[in-house]
Design a protein around this ligand. Sequence first.
Ligand code: HEC
Length: 116
Amino acid sequence: MNSTSRFSLLLCALALTTTAAWGKDGAPIDFGPPVHTVTVPADEPYLPEGPGRNQFMGFCTMCHSPRFITHQPPFTRATWTAEVAKMRGEYGAPIPEAAVEPIIDYLMFFNGKETP
Ligand code: HEC
């Protein structure tokens, strides 16, 4: 190894050690002011406490966001019943029979209407 390559090697080693010193131990690098903080809004719609909420959360949010449901206009019990049957039948939602009525109760509770 001649003196030129030894010098290059020394420069490389120096470069490596200086680079490693930045952000030492994962410490944040202080870029100084101004500091901008962005708060991302929570993306889930508000679903109030009510009868059947657990079954609803367990079975109606497994394939799609609850927004699919909260963005619907208020439906009658007959329409919600048909909607749940469609999810179980056409889309194969694995919802046990025992959970169907509580789910419809909850759909009526937060997004139902009495008359068509
Ligand atoms: C097995 C998966 C699955 C489950 C579980 C499921 N859905 Fe769906 N749902 C779908 C699919 C697939 C669509 C249609 C998506 C599209 O059109 O892009 C859909 C669409 C919808 C829509 C939009 C209107 C429509 O008929 O297309 C509503 C409302 C809805 N689901 C309600 C529910 C409710 C209430 C439950 C719980 C009882 C539920 N879903 C559970 C798969 C599911």
